[in-house]
Design a protein around this ligand. Structure first.
Ligand SMILES: Cc1ncc(COP(=O)(O)O)c(C=O)c1O
Length: 390
């Protein structure tokens, strides 16, 4: 039985897996058991910021595993303290709670918001159309895509979605009863679409008027991916709560809820918790990731390489009319086509480069943050070769 047949027999069929059996990774490359090499410009769904087998991650994990791999949250743990200290210092926020994943950070934020809003008579929570918040019932309650929600009804009460970037819809929906609005400033799963200046400004005004909380979902866009610590920094927004996950564990599972002063005192002893959240090995890898990524030379390279790539792809637009738009926010890049992007992504994979298809027509590119011009050139060549055959 080959590995594809085995997977079909063993697992619930929730994933459409790639036809690759990976043996190991190194830098931006994956090596498969059949002796091939693939450039990974998708970095494990925006997780592997430092690529594969990065020496800083290996060192951090190795040192921590030898001390302890788990203690429970009855103990204060050095790696948690170090990661918390960095995230709060860099964000200027007040308090942090570690989870295991993005959806748990969203779920915890919903609980935090409900507790904050209770004495104020605010319970209504909104997400955005076309957004993605995760797979738990709370996260799904914030979303509108049937693809993810169908069959799971009923969802949580007093939840709804606002049309992304539609100021009228926003204005007609939020009011005194609104407790919070969740926003991906750059929708990832939704096809790399940024929030408009008008929408961000309206959100700021309405927040001031009604006093609701703004949650920035930085699970995909955070920790240097857009060339700044957080994606929202590009849009003149200052949230009250930030959710992070994906890269902050350096490839190991961690998520976090980061709260401003406004919500700092809402949670008290015993009101929320987790067994595994803030795992010390994952936090140690997270510290190594942050210490590597959060330097000005590193972030400035992300910005300039992204600009280089975006310019080159935009040039391709002149030759290939099926390229509708190139949307680029640092290393969060969407090439929107007038045709289905899935077969294009498949053909790019056959050329040895991994990217992703999302929102039907978008080629989503989420390279490891260590990728340089050289890797972008390899991707460009593969894209061009495939585009020429369309
Ligand atoms: C913006 C955003 N929010 C939340 C999530 C959910 O995170 P996780 O898959 O770690 O639960 C994701 C995952 O893709 C995401 O991109």
């Amino acid at each position: 039985m080959n590995f594809k047949e085995q997977e079909s027999q063993l697992f619930f069929h929730t994933y459409k897996r790639l036809p690759l059996e990976v043996e190991r990774g190194e830098g931006c490359y994956l090596f498969t058991t059949d002796g091939k090499r693939y450039l990974d410009m998708f970095s494990g769904l925006a997780v592997n910021a430092l690529g594969y087998a990065h020496p800083a991650i290996i060192k951090a994990v190795d040192e921590q595993v030898r001390k302890y791999t788990h203690l429970s949250n009855f103990f204060i743990q050095q790696p948690q303290l170090q990661l918390a200290e960095r995230l709060l210092r860099l964000s200027g926020f007040d308090k942090i709670f570690f989870s295991n994943s993005g959806t748990e950070a969203v779920e915890g934020s919903i609980k935090l918001i409900r507790k904050w809003g209770k004495p104020l008579g605010k319970s209504q929570i909104f997400g955005m159309s076309n957004g993605f918040s995760g797979r738990t019932m709370g996260a799904l309650s914030l979303m509108d895509k049937e693809k993810y929600r169908a069959g799971y009804e009923p969802f949580l009460p007093n939840f709804g979605t606002i049309e992304f970037n539609d100021v009228n819809d926003l204005t007609s929906k939020v009011n005194e009863q609104t407790a919070a609005v969740f926003l991906e400033c750059i929708q990832g799963e939704g096809g790399i679409v940024g929030v408009t200046k008008e929408f961000a400004a309206a959100l700021n005004n309405l927040r001031e008027k009604f006093g609701f909380l703004l949650v920035a979902d930085e699970i995909q866009s955070g920790i240097g991916r857009t060339g700044t610590l957080f994606g929202f920094q590009h849009f003149g927004l200052t949230p009250d709560i930030i959710t992070v996950a994906k890269p902050i564990g350096g490839g190991l599972p961690v998520g976090a809820i980061i709260g401003s002063k406004k919500v700092a005192d809402v949670w008290t002893y015993g009101v929320h918790g987790t067994t595994f959240g803030g795992n010390p090995v994952a936090c140690a890898a997270g510290v190594a990731t942050l210490d590597t990524v959060m330097t000005e030379p590193f972030l400035s390279a992300v910005r300039s390489n992204a600009e280089y790539f975006s310019k080159k792809v935009t040039e391709l637009k002149e030759r290939y009319t099926f390229i509708k738009e190139v949307r680029s926010y640092g290393y969060m890049i969407g090439v929107d086509l007038t045709i289905d992007s899935a077969p294009i992504v498949e053909a790019i994979l056959a050329k040895g480069v991994l990217v992703n298809a999302t929102a039907n027509t978008v080629i989503r590119i989420l390279p490891p943050l260590i990728a340089g011009k050289e890797e972008f050139d390899v991707l460009l060549q593969a894209m061009e070769e495939v585009f020429a055959t369309v």
